[in-house]
Design a protein around this ligand. Structure first.
Ligand code: AMO
Length: 458
């Protein structure tokens, strides 16, 4: 597009180019301390209150808000006139002077010398000024881009970012290598029930349910310790508050372990580090969300699966030691654990062979059980992990015992013939972690752009 045409385009839209204007301060950086200073702010018109001879514009940017006060006669006439026409969520550049103001909540306001309209906003399909109207989650998700502009909604993903960033940081400090494995795969890793099938030219392929096989194989390939943070796909049939069909799996895998205890120990230290850093770095977001994040003490409590079954049975369930702990049972455990052990972060260990995938190491100490664990946080599973089978013959045997033909998994099983290191690892659901940290009831709220049975957009 030639310069002339571009100019035309802006003119037709009735807006100006951002040109040479650059933000001098974020809204949150405008404090009484810098009273008297000239600032350039860029952001959205959050609200505009028109009191006739004075207007109050709340300007919002990606970090916060500040009041721009526009008194008639004290600002240039064109500024006063332009501001009266601004619609919520239009984009503006405000040049002005910072003034200490006791009557304003944050003790400061900006008196504008110039306001430039950079883009317009049509009438909003949802109200994004928090607390104004309660809208249902479906409507919010339909308009997710706008929904995410709400500071409280946006804050969820800033906390998520912090949690992931510092968990990653911990692993990097401990010699883990980040890997990127294929998401189009030939076989199920976690059992066949919830696989999405795709047409792969003239063959059938699937969307990866987990990087399970590949992360293990990369230890056989000589990496020692690996991690991956990537989407995985689960064709769950039902819409529940804790399942989505695509989620972010935070996986790690480590070689040369003495047992599953080494994996749990790595996870608890990683989460401790991540929580601790998040309480500091995301303090503003946590405060906005009203969350007092407790950093769980290390070591986390360990409870054997059988004991967990006993606890839920005491609460009225009638489960055998090979029955699965369903969400209701996890909820019961979430109530009992703090009372019984003074913590809401508990490793449930030694799951029965029946309930764990073929790659899980059988237990030498607990017959019929596995060297495995789930991490339950506030009554919900957020992690699954285990020691893996590194012995070729045992791996073949376990695949057969689970009813699989090992030949169909030769790409995974064959490398175990050539000196596989003892190893183990885990998968942590990023959205589950976020929802439990923030006390969110529905996983969709902790998922940036959720995919569920009924939702494929936005
Ligand atoms: P699993 O299938 O238990 O184990 O998944 C690991 C963790 O992923 C999260 N999760 C989900 N989150 C949102 N929506 C879903 N539909 C969903 N399903 C699972 C949970 C769960 O704890 N390969 C093994 C991990 C391993 O052993 O390394 C696995 O995928 O937080």
């Amino acid at each position: 597009m030639s310069d002339l045409n571009e100019q035309d385009f802006y003119a037709k839209a009735g807006v100006e180019r951002i040109g040479k204007d650059r933000r001098s301060h974020f809204a949150s950086e405008v404090t009484p301390k810098i009273a008297g200073k000239q600032v350039t702010l860029i952001g959205w018109v959050h609200t505009l209150r028109d009191k006739g001879r004075i207007k109050f514009l709340i300007l919002r940017d990606e970090r916060g808000m500040v009041q721009v006060t526009i008194p008639q006669g004290k600002v240039p006439t064109d500024v006063f006139e332009v501001s009266g026409q601004l619609k919520p969520e239009s984009v503006v550049v405000v040049h002005g002077t910072v003034v200490a103001a006791d009557q304003v909540e944050r003790g400061v306001e900006v008196i504008p010398s110039k306001i430039r309209l950079i883009n317009t906003a049509e009438r909003l399909p949802i109200d994004i000024v928090e607390g104004k109207v309660d809208i249902d989650l479906e409507t919010r998700l339909n308009h997710r881009v706008l929904d995410l502009r709400k500071p409280k909604v946006n804050a969820i993903f800033r906390v998520q970012h912090c949690l992931v960033k510092h968990a990653r940081e911990y692993l990097e400090k401990n010699d883990f290598v980040e890997i990127h494995t294929p998401k189009i795969v030939a076989a199920a890793t976690e059992g066949g029930a919830n696989l999405f099938e795709v047409n792969y030219f003239d063959r059938k392929a699937y969307l990866a349910q987990s990087p399970q096989f590949y992360k293990q194989l990369m230890l056989l390939a000589g990496f020692g310790r690996v991690f991956e943070i990537a989407p995985v796909f689960r064709a769950e049939k039902h819409n529940t508050r804790r399942h989505v069909n695509e989620y972010t799996s935070f996986d790690f895998e480590m070689a040369w372990i003495g047992g599953v205890e080494d994996v749990m120990s790595m996870e608890e230290k990683m989460l401790h580090h991540s929580f601790e850093k998040t309480t500091k770095e995301a303090a503003a977001e946590l405060e906005l969300l009203g969350i007092d994040l407790k950093v769980p003490e290390v070591p986390f409590k360990r409870v054997k699966y059988k004991e967990a079954i006993d606890i839920v049975n005491e609460a009225g369930k009638q489960l055998s030691y090979t029955d699965d702990l369903d969400p209701d049972c996890e909820h019961i455990l979430g109530e009992v654990f703090p009372r019984k052990y003074g913590t809401d972060m508990v490793f449930v260990t030694h799951y029965p062979l029946e309930l764990r995938p073929a790659y899980t190491m059988p237990s030498l100490t607990d017959e019929g059980m596995t060297e495995s664990f789930d991490l339950l946080y506030k009554g919900m599973e957020i992690t699954t992990g285990s020691q893996r089978i590194h012995l070729h013959n045992l791996l073949v045997e376990r695949f057969k015992a689970k009813g699989f033909n090992p030949d169909n998994f030769s790409f995974y099983i064959d490398p175990f013939r050539y000196g596989a290191p003892p190893h183990g690892g885990l998968g942590l659901g990023v959205e589950r972690l976020t929802m439990q940290v923030l006390g969110i009831d529905n996983i969709r709220e902790a998922t940036l752009l959720p995919r569920d049975r009924d939702r494929l957009t936005p």
